[in-house]
Design a protein around this ligand. Structure first.
Ligand code: NDP
Length: 282
């Protein structure tokens, strides 16, 4: 087949962010496409900081069918969309776009990706569990509704800027037992079954100001950052006795699988890609 004919038949997708060099999305989606026999190509796009909307429209004009959106454009993508799912509305940010001729559809798969990684890949049900989530930024916010939908016994959201955690608890109170507080409000002797670090502290090698004992009964300590090995949070959880540690590589791959399903109508198997991208936690 001639190259121009082949190009016309190949659907185009991309991840847009700034910076973008570090993104693993092309590796993930290319592997999914190979495994499911889908004819698509997936690129990295460096989005101009003052020209996100134009870059998305230009990609659509050149035949682009869908995009993943990463830092710092998740809020702008939310604004740009013509239609957003309820999940995206609640998250207040989107990480995936479907580009149609007359409209741009948006969804946010980060939260469901995290839940699927914990429940399907790690085999830990959230139902009835006491969950502590650290951080009240975009990732935590996107995870609240998907977590509460699994009916944990309680979900405590703790944040350095206490007002943000309290505001989210108020906003999501009709979805389940969510409490927002500051680190100093966590009583000594308070324990959780699962502790999730959704702060960005690990990206700078920092540790949220969490009492060591809080993790001592946690069956799982989960770090959203990925590819960094044993972060200060995971090290602390291990030292406190948490028997299982995980980082966010599974979340990354699971959210990609949800986007792939949304775009292509096929759910790829994720296990081989998770294995390929996993950096040992040591
Ligand atoms: P945001 O910038 O939106 O939020 C950052 C949060 O971290 C805020 O709540 C902030 O608190 C808190 N924080 C930062 N530094 C510290 C510190 N030293 N001590 C305590 N709290 C701190 O980031 P995101 O929500 O977008 O990302 C959070 C993490 O999730 C990052 O590590 C990111 O890489 C990861 N992530 C992983 C994904 C995956 O697929 N695995 C997907 C998306 C994100 P305050 O409000 O007080 O400033």
């Amino acid at each position: 087949m001639r190259d121009d004919a082949k190009n016309r038949m190949t659907d185009r997708y991309a991840v847009i962010g700034n910076p973008i060099e570090q993104s693993k999305s092309p590796i993930i989606h290319s592997a999914f496409a190979r495994a499911t026999g889908q004819n698509l190509e997936y690129a990295k796009l460096l989005g101009p900081l003052d020209g996100f909307a134009d870059a998305v429209r230009a990609f659509r004009g050149a035949g682009g069918r869908g995009m993943n959106v990463t830092t710092p454009f998740k809020l702008e993508a939310f604004e740009l969309a013509d239609e957003r799912t309820e999940r995206a509305q609640l998250a207040g940010a989107v990480n995936s776009l479907k580009l149609e001729a007359g409209r741009i559809l948006a969804d946010n798969f980060d939260g469901i990706g995290l839940v699927n990684d914990i429940q399907r890949n790690l085999g830990i049900s959230l139902a009835g569990k006491r969950v502590l989530m650290l951080g009240a930024g975009g990732a935590a916010r996107g995870a609240l509704q998907p977590f509460l939908a699994q009916k944990p016994a309680e979900l405590v959201l703790v944040n350095r800027t206490v007002e943000k955690a309290k505001a989210l608890a108020e906003q999501f109170k009709s979805h389940g037992p969510l409490i927002g507080c500051g680190y100093g409000d966590l009583r000594r002797g308070r324990h959780f079954d699962l502790v999730v670090n959704a702060t960005s502290a690990s990206l700078r090698g920092e540790l949220p100001p969490l009492e060591f004992e809080v993790c001592s009964e946690a069956g799982l300590a989960y770090e959203l950052a990925y590819g960094k090995g044993l972060t200060p949070f995971l090290r602390m959880a291990r030292d406190a006795g948490a028997p299982r540690l995980a980082d966010g590589v599974g979340m990354l791959v699971e959210q990609a699988a949800e986007a792939f399903l949304w775009w292509r109508g096929v759910r790829p198997d994720t296990s081989a890609v998770v294995k390929q991208l996993t950096v040992p936690l040591s």
